[in-house]
Write a protein that binds this ligand. Structure first.
Ligand SMILES: [Zn+2]
Length: 412
């Protein structure tokens, strides 16, 4: 926990640099600013880094530093990143990785993972008065861990992705036959593409498509209402996903993925639940990778740990855990009966952050693995996806009956 959140260094928070609207109209405003890949680079060493980003037009931007791992985050009004390739953009060992893409609708983000603690020593965006092209230059200098720590943290005025702290809700009394609210969570999005396959297929797109298809199937059954954590290609942090489920008053939460796993030649649908101890090494590294994907997309975790709340959450989770497990079991058995192919060990567990809702039964389904040729072919097949969607529906219906029976038992 950091007490200095409110005293963030303003020297790093440049605020939004609004440009004169005449600049945009002067060049026959064409929508998005484009990155000029050939004139953009992040060069330098662990002592000094120079970032040069060339854009077709000026855009409002801001920047800040984050720790664990050290990162520089640059936010822009939407930028078209087409043509920019990480391996060409990064030159020298001062920056370890670069991610760029949509953050929230209308805004883009670039996250540079730094080789060590650094501070911004100079930054400017120059606009060419004739062409309106813009050049952003940022200079970073190595810093002590102390001075770095003083200058890190996401801006507090950011309303972009801060989850609203949600109070724990008691189960509400409701008509037993009323549709349950399912929050579907298409994995990844925007700056975080998830798994990638040849031919430009990315997990974030596949899962958005599948979530919308599954939503249709669930709604048509009349037994469920559906909300999604994202309905387009933008970034949503793991914490935000669970916060959205709370805000919506979800009865259950299902995160949808199709990751790539090198370990153990994973294939077939697999259902995961939350646990402190992972069921196996592959599940553990999968959960870690999802958290890391969030970090590389520029999530600030420095303000999220609160010990007291942690204890409360653990107590509430003890009640929810058996319900999540029953949900996972029902979905697995429905997939085995109606879907397939199913993983040889279809029910697994690990410390997935997105499953940490204390009071909402939550599961994560790897519909298939994009690293498996067979699974990828299935994932791209609408008929197969429809069959999986109907299997999941069957699992949810079975779980609902069991869950109601269980509640009656508790009440007696
Ligand atoms: Zn994934």
């Amino acid at each position: 926990m950091r007490g200095k959140n409110l005293v963030r260094s303003f020297s790093l928070l440049f605020g939004l640099l609004y440009l004169f609207s005449s600049l945009a109209s002067a060049q026959g405003f064409s929508g998005l600013a484009r990155v000029e890949a050939s004139q953009s680079a992040a060069k330098g060493t662990v002592e000094e880094v120079l970032i040069d980003l060339s854009l077709s037009q000026g855009v409002p931007y801001r920047m800040f530093l984050l720790d664990e791992p050290p990162r520089l985050v640059l936010d822009f009004q939407e930028v078209d990143w087409t043509g920019l390739r990480e391996e060409e953009f990064l030159q020298g060992e001062g920056v370890l990785s670069a991610r760029f893409g949509t953050y929230v609708p209308g805004w883009s983000r670039m996250v540079l993972e730094l080789a060590g603690p650094m501070t911004v020593s100079a930054a400017s965006m120059a606009i060419d008065s004739v062409t309106a092209a813009a050049e952003l230059k940022v200079q970073l200098q190595d810093a002590t861990p102390e001075s770095f720590a003083e200058n890190t943290g996401a801006p507090q005025d950011s309303h972009w992705d801060l989850p609203v702290p949600a109070p724990l809700k008691r189960p509400k009394q409701r008509d037993e036959n009323a549709p349950l609210l399912v929050v579907l969570d298409p994995g990844h999005g925007g700056i975080d593409p998830g798994a990638k396959a040849e031919g430009g297929v990315v997990e974030k797109d596949l899962m958005l498509r599948f979530a919308l298809e599954l939503g249709e199937v669930l709604i048509r059954s009349g037994q469920f209402r559906v909300q999604v954590t994202r309905d387009d290609d933008y970034f949503v942090s793991l914490e935000r996903r669970t916060a959205l489920a709370h805000q919506a008053g979800a009865d259950l939460f299902i995160s949808l993925h199709a990751d790539s796993i090198a370990q153990g030649h994973a294939h077939g649908s697999t259902v995961y639940i939350l646990s402190d101890e992972a069921s196996d090494a592959a599940s553990s590294s999968l959960a870690e990778r999802h958290d890391r994907g969030d970090l590389l997309a520029g999530t600030d975790l420095s303000q999220t740990d609160d010990l007291v709340a942690g204890v409360m959450l653990d107590l509430a989770r003890q009640e929810t855990r058996p319900r999540s497990k029953a949900l996972a079991r029902s979905v697995v058995s429905a997939l085995q009966t109606h879907g397939g192919p199913v993983n040889r060990k279809p029910l697994r567990s690990a410390g997935f952050s997105v499953l940490k809702s204390a009071d909402i039964p939550s599961i994560l389904i790897e519909i298939g693995f994009m690293s498996s040729e067979r699974d990828l072919k299935n994932l791209l097949d609408p008929a197969w996806r429809n069959q999986i969607a109907r299997s999941i529906l069957a699992g949810l219906i079975e779980w609902r009956i069991l869950d109601e029976a269980q509640k009656d038992l508790v009440r007696q």
